[in-house]
Design a protein around this ligand. Structure first.
Ligand code: ADP
Ligand code: MG
Length: 686
């Protein structure tokens, strides 16, 4: 039995069944033997062979065997233990920080030992800091040693033991029927899994670490397949729920014909798709995706009109009050003249007005309720809620969406759901995460928009910028000036909205400067927005409260302070506030140096393209799907092994196989779900 030494190793024996260990396992999502079986290594250590010291390479993990030439404790200033290991080919320094007495005895000169660890180029030549020391001459393992993702308080040793045990106990029979494995050239499950836990040394480490080995391909495929099956299941479940069938009414057509503009082809397409969905007695679950300014509101209004004409109520929810108010204005402008009763419900509504709104919603005299999260409070009871529309859906938590969806429960029917999002979702992501939803895409902007010119400005050229902005504003343009924070934060050194506002007021005493941030009272916010919309404010200094959805067509200039601090999606949203009118628009990204590499990439992406899909693709590359979709808060199990940037093809195949299994091999589909989705599927969809 190997004797381990080294300061990191606690002398205490690990007890695999102790409650602390079980808790640590749970933190890693490891509960059932099956979970352990698919907890796969991050990397490997090669203990299968002994490396001659002369072949040691800095940065590489290796196992050496030799004799301790000498060892000594040094105080520099803490007690450190230094030893020199010698074999026929050369010698290597071993070093322990914080050494404890007794350690040195085990490393006295003349002892034969094995030492392993990562070789580094040290001050006195090659060294290993905190090597693991074991007895010499023991038989070497045949396979590489797995290093698993772990968590605090859980040693690799106890993980390895638990996983090895689970591999013995778990049923690893293949969930894919042989014809499927053959058709998609997939390796068998059990051998793939065993190989990944304990690869033989002849297998390319690179193909393992890059998840390119056929064994990895099989595991990634299985993971994607499980997700596709879960989404298909969610879709089936929805098909079994009932909803009000909402007959189409000629008023929708007349409404569209009476507009001062012609709806785009994309808008007409989306409206037709929604119309068809609403006719069905099952709840619609549709995502309306369209870049900022593509005209999603009109599509939503057409859907709402069909619903109201069919005799049900509609709830329209937006994540912020500014946005909800703007929706309310658009809906009212179009629908109030048609005799549709709209009530407004948000945090700032007075108690009396709220009571009145609640009564109208409960009695059914209100056809449409528009507001913020206030709509999902318990007190809000609908008479016949038939359609729920949520704007910028990714900003709501899953629970909020669920709550609104259940607002119609007393009728025994589920409302149809239309979610809108201006975050364009790359195809792979949509397939991976929204396969249970139908998606309509507004892939064209209304005609007559002029392209937005984006410029990057080093903050040191601020004076130049100010002169430019002043000139533009004096010639009748309106500008947004966006800042990241409200109050001075010493640590971040951000220029604040308040600061900027004071500055601009002082610089241009005769211009009309407005200030907008989240802490203003709601009434003041809405007064400021109205003034800006009416052209009574020249420059609106604002925090990111204006990020989503704000629509003031005359504003043609956007300055973003500290652009390097914003994410790509956020910059794209902000930039989308301009370019809505006929005037040529521009967006200035003001940045401070030095720039991090990531920030530089982001700014470059913004400069190079205004295409929301391209931006989303790059965002996915930079941040991964969780952030992009706002899924992190949902607790949804994101993919552990597959990488949507690299595994698009595999995802397509998994989707095909999911449909095939559901059709022809339902038991296989079930077995597959049991293996991969124990407990996870309830998170998948609200
Ligand atoms: P978003 O998709 O970003 O929510 P909006 O619905 O706010 O976009 O629409 C942006 C602006 O374009 C609004 O002022 C809207 O009235 C206008 N608009 C919508 N559709 C058309 C169209 N087909 N032609 C011209 N203008 C349109
Ligand atoms: Mg919008």
């Amino acid at each position: 039995m190997a004797v381990a030494t080294g300061a990191r190793r606690k002398p205490k024996e690990v007890n695999a069944s102790s409650s602390a260990t079980i808790k640590a396992f749970e933190r890693l999502g490891l509960r059932n033997p099956g979970d352990f079986a698919v907890h796969l290594p991050l990397r490997y250590e090669d203990e299968t062979r002994i490396t001659p010291i002369a072949d040691a390479v800095p940065g590489q993990w290796a196992l050496f065997e030799g004799t301790i030439l000498h060892s000594e404790a040094r105080y520099q200033p803490r007690r450190e233990l230094h030893a020199v290991l010698n074999d026929a080919s050369g010698h290597l320094n071993l070093r322990w920080l914080h050494a404890y007495p007794g350690q040195q005895a085990r490393l006295s000169a003349g002892r034969e030992v094995r030492a392993r660890g990562e070789v580094r180029a040290g001050f006195r030549g090659l060294e290993i800091v905190h090597p693991l020391i074991t007895e010499p001459h023991a038989a070497l393992p045949d396979t590489l040693t797995p290093v698993y993702p772990t968590t605090q308080g859980l040693s690799q040793a106890s993980l390895r033991k638990a996983i090895a045990q689970a591999l013995k106990e778990t049923d690893l029979s293949d969930t894919l029927p042989p014809p499927v494995r053959e058709a998609y050239d997939l390796a068998d499950f059990a051998p793939s899994l065993r190989l990944l836990h304990h690869p033989t040394p002849d297998i390319s480490l690179e193909s393992l670490e890059r998840h390119e080995h056929p064994a990895w391909r099989r595991i990634k495929f299985d993971e994607l397949l499980a997700q596709q099956l879960a989404l298909a299941q969610a879709r089936d479940q929805r098909q079994r729920q009932r909803a009000w069938p909402l007959a189409a009414n000629p008023r929708v057509k007349r409404f569209l014909e009476a507009l001062p503009f012609t709806p785009t082809r994309a808008q007409c397409g989306a409206i037709a798709q929604i119309q068809a969905d609403l006719l069905k007695p099952h709840p619609m679950h549709r995502l309306l995706q369209g870049d900022v300014g593509s005209g999603k509101t009109l599509v939503a209004v057409a859907a709402a009109l069909q619903a109201v004409d069919a005799g049900v109520q509609v709830a329209v929810m937006a994540p912020t009050e500014i946005l909800a108010e703007q929706l309310c204005r658009k809906f009212s402008e179009w629908l109030t003249p048609m005799g549709i009763a709209i009530v407004w419900l948000a945090g700032s509504v007075s108690a009396q007005a709220r009571r009145k709104a609640l009564r109208a919603i409960a009695s059914g005299t209100a056809h449409l309720a528009i507001g913020t999260q206030a709509l999902i409070q318990d007190k809000v009871v609908f008479d016949r809620l038939g359609l729920v529309i949520s704007d910028e859906q990714h900003r709501f938590g899953v629970n909020q969406r669920l709550a609104l969806n259940h607002k119609g429960d007393q009728t025994g029917l589920r409302p149809h759901q239309l979610s809108m999002s201006a975050t364009p979702i790359p195809r792979t992501l949509a397939m991976a995460f929204f396969a249970d939803m139908d998606v309509s895409v507004l892939d064209e902007l209304p005609p007559g928009r002029s392209p937005i010119q984006t410029r990057l400005f080093d903050d040191r050229r601020r004076d130049e910028l100010l002169a430019h902005v002043e000139q533009a504003v004096r010639s009748g343009e309106q500008a947004y000036w966006v800042c990241p924070l409200v109050e001075e934060s010493e640590t971040l050194q951000l220029q604040t909205a308040v600061d900027t506002y004071d500055h601009l007021c002082a610089a241009w005493p005769d211009l009309r400067i407005g200030l907008m941030h989240g802490r203003l009272p709601a009434a003041e916010k809405s007064a400021t927005m109205s003034a800006f919309r009416a052209g009574e404010v020249d420059v609106l200094v604002s925090t990111t409260v204006i990020e989503v959805g704000v629509d003031v067509p005359n504003a043609s200039l956007m300055i973003i302070e500290h652009a390097e601090r914003f994410g790509l999606a956020q910059l794209h949203q902000l930039r989308g506030r301009v370019g809505r009118g006929t005037r040529p628009s521009s967006c200035v990204l003001l940045y401070q140096t030095p720039l991090s590499l990531v920030a530089r990439d982001r700014l470059r992406a913004m400069f190079e393209t205004t295409d929301g899909f391209e931006i989303a693709r790059r965002d996915l590359e930079q941040r991964g799907p969780g952030e992009l979709l706002g899924l992190r808060q949902s607790g949804q199990a994101l993919l552990r092994f597959a990488d949507l940037n690299a595994d698009g093809l595999l995802l397509e195949q998994a989707r095909e196989v999911a449909a095939l299994l559901a059709r022809e091999y339902p038991e296989s589909a079930q077995a597959h779900q049991r293996r991969w989705m124990a407990g996870a599927s309830q998170y998948l969809r609200s």
